[in-house]
Write a protein that binds this ligand. Structure first.
Ligand code: DQA
Length: 398
């Protein structure tokens, strides 16, 4: 991946002035210089193009075929009805990432449908202008290592991406579980940098998608997906020589919650142990993990994300914590490494400190690695020393 075309469609020339409460205050020219900088960091040459005209965008895509290696497109409202644009994207045969600044799934019903999505390799929405940076990272990470996608259920979100290290195996497996406070605009691309890095460290990775709050997830669907997604490793193990006795879950933030939870995977109705889990989790790495839902509720983390995830109403009792919160499920019975930055303002480090003390008192082998001055996102940046610390801990568990 060397040369990427970024297309912005109708009305995006008005960015900054147009509905700033929806699209933010960054202008198109500011956005384009941000994008060029993000591209340069990944050794990419970026060409930016904007047009309000469907035919011109289609002509630009046709011309891209022989010049560019990938495309990022925010097609504006054309997204929702232009089959001609779908066909043009398909005709280029270039990996194309669809981006939307706003959360199109939570707006008018007609914005929820994208007719170009089937022609694109990935869709990113609702992350503001950062979505373009994530699209660049996705193109680069996807080109860096071959991806074997596995479907573990009938829905679009029932997908796990397998990446393999070099060599014959048997390979230890890191199940990657992304964060984003269980909400739908965060998806598994946020763990892809780690997946690429792990292959170089000799680990296969199984990067799980799951239903999230806002698109059919929350308690219990999210948890059911994670349990099912991990067990689906069985179907890939034979083809790729995966060592299912060396499976470690690695989760970030809300994904850290799911990674800890998956070590036990209790029955959701009553929190009792679940003997039907077929692939045992040998250890857990929780990166700034939400290990204690009651504590997360009390602190109101992620704008009351725990309440949304648990679908609690003021009339509910605390029952759901028993089947969903790792802190209520101790001991988990497997080694756990909690990695947490002292400067994390999304999930405060105090949560890991309290959880570690409780886990240890319950007899679990637990290690808390406190990283001085480190915030929330460094832990999933493969170039950051914070991730290197976590990756070294992972080697100890595999
Ligand atoms: C948009 C969403 C579209 O529905 C809208 O028509 C746009 C911008 C976004 O970036 O959020 O113009 O693509």
């Amino acid at each position: 991946m060397q040369n990427v075309l970024v297309i912005n469609g109708p009305n995006l020339n008005l960015l900054g002035a147009r509905e700033p409460d929806v699209y933010g205050s960054t202008t198109l020219s500011e956005l384009e210089s941000l994008i060029s900088g993000w591209g340069a960091r990944r050794d990419l040459e970026i060409s930016c193009y904007q047009s309000n005209h469907e035919g011109e965008i289609i002509d630009r895509l046709h011309a891209a075929r022989s010049v560019h290696d990938g495309v990022i497109i925010n097609a504006g409202a054309l997204t929702h009805y232009s089959y001609a644009l779908h066909d043009a994207i398909a005709a280029t045969e270039l990996p194309t990432v669809e981006v939307h600044i706003s959360n199109v799934r939570h707006r008018e019903p007609w914005r929820r449908q994208s007719v170009i999505e089937p022609a694109c390799i990935y869709t990113i929405f609702g992350r503001g202008v950062d979505g373009y940076r994530h699209a660049i990272d996705h193109l680069v990470n996807r080109a860096a290592a071959e991806v074997h996608p596995y479907r573990y259920g009938p829905a679009e979100d029932h997908i796990a991406d397998l990446r393999l290290p070099p060599g014959q195996g048997p390979h230890p497996v890191a199940v990657l579980i992304h964060g984003g406070f269980w909400r739908d605009h965060w998806t598994r691309d946020s763990m892809e940098g780690l997946a690429v890095d792990l292959a170089l460290r000799g680990w296969a990775s199984w990067n799980l998608e799951y239903h999230r709050v806002g698109s059919g997830g929350g308690w219990p669907a999210t948890l059911e997906d994670v349990a099912r997604g991990i067990d689906h490793l069985e179907s890939a193990a034979g083809d790729h020589n995966l060592d299912l006795n060396r499976v470690v879950t690695v989760g970030h933030s809300a994904g850290g919650h799911l990674a800890l939870w998956s070590a036990v995977r209790p029955h959701l109705a009553d929190g009792t142990p679940n003997p039907v889990s077929r692939v045992p989790v040998r250890g857990v790495i929780a990166l700034a993990g939400v290990s204690d839902l009651a504590d997360g509720h009390g602190r109101g983390i992620g704008h009351n994300a725990v309440d949304e995830f648990l679908r609690r109403t003021p009339h509910d009792g605390p029952e759901r914590y028993a089947s969903a919160s790792p802190a209520e499920m101790l001991p988990l019975g497997v080694p756990q490494v909690l990695v947490h930055g002292t400067a994390d303002d999304a999930v405060p480090i105090e949560m890991s400190r309290t959880y570690a003390a409780r886990a240890e008192a319950a007899g679990d082998p637990v290690t808390l690695l406190e990283l001085d001055g480190v915030g929330h996102m460094e832990l999933v940046d493969p170039d950051d020393p914070a991730w290197h610390t976590a990756a070294a801990a992972l080697q100890g568990l595999g």
